[in-house]
Design a protein around this ligand. Structure first.
Ligand SMILES: [Zn+2]
Length: 256
């Protein structure tokens, strides 16, 4: 616990409070593990924003999401995660909405995914888009703005792109952070998280339920308790943060 004690003490010494949100990617895959994460976050009293892969939303996932949304209504939020989570780049890093596809192709896929999710999730769906692998282009944002999305979520350090009026609500902390392909230790994770938690006013944590072990969930509970006990952290959903306008007002101190 020494690592969390140090993080908690550093947070408690912050002069200003901060907002933290949790984004979980890849709903449509590993339904059972999504349920376990939702229960964990609900018990912790923290909102969870779940990014759903439209093409992976079959009837069993849809049934599971409907059950989860009834069970955890006020703490569970859904938004769109690409279309099929497929790579379309001929070269370089994986990207579903990258430079190898023009805006027409991107708009068609985003629109298809949006309709599929709206048909199934209805009013549960928030106008937020997380591109697979946290990568997309300015054309993606242009298409999203045309389709009435309000926010885009990538990860801190992503390349600069034009946002076309969308709010940038990117995550900063990757729960399964690796360096040179190797998962960092818990001690390293706490230091990595502390950097963002001390230097930003809005901080997002990225989870992937499919890869969360029992040990991860135990640490996640303790991490959330540490943030709460610091007395400096407020937890919000992504759309609550977008609606608050805090990301625009915080300027260059925001997480990305
Ligand atoms: Zn993903």
């Amino acid at each position: 616990m020494r690592n969390l004690d140090a993080l908690g003490a550093a947070l408690a010494a912050r002069s200003e409070p901060l907002i933290v949100f949790f984004r979980d990617d890849d709903a449509g895959w590993a339904d059972d593990k999504l349920s376990i994460l939702c229960e964990t976050m609900s018990e912790a009293g923290v909102d969870l924003d779940v990014a759903v892969i439209p093409a992976a939303l079959d009837s069993s996932t849809a049934t599971n999401i409907a059950r989860l949304s009834r069970q955890f209504a006020t703490k569970l939020n859904f938004h769109q995660h690409g279309y099929a989570h497929s790579n379309h780049q001929a070269e370089g890093r994986n990207c579903e909405f990258g430079s190898d596809r023009d805006i027409e192709q991107q708009r068609r896929d985003i629109g298809l995914g949006q309709r599929r999710l709206q048909d199934t999730l209805g009013t549960l769906l928030d106008p937020v888009f997380t591109p697979p692998w946290n990568r997309c282009t300015g054309d993606t944002c242009k298409a999203l703005a045309e389709l009435d999305f309000r926010a885009i979520s990538r990860i801190a350090g992503s390349t600069n792109i034009e946002h076309f009026g969308l709010t940038d609500i990117s995550v900063a902390i990757d729960w399964q952070k690796k360096r040179r392909g190797v998962p960092i230790t818990w001690s390293e994770f706490c230091q990595y998280a502390q950097h963002y938690l001390l230097n930003s006013d809005v901080v997002g944590v990225m989870l992937h339920h499919e890869h969360l072990s029992d040990s991860d969930l135990s640490r996640l509970r303790r991490f959330i308790a540490c943030l709460r006990d610091s007395g400096k952290v407020g937890f919000r959903s992504m759309l609550q943060i977008v609606d608050s306008g805090d990301l625009e007002q915080k300027g260059d101190r925001k997480c990305n």
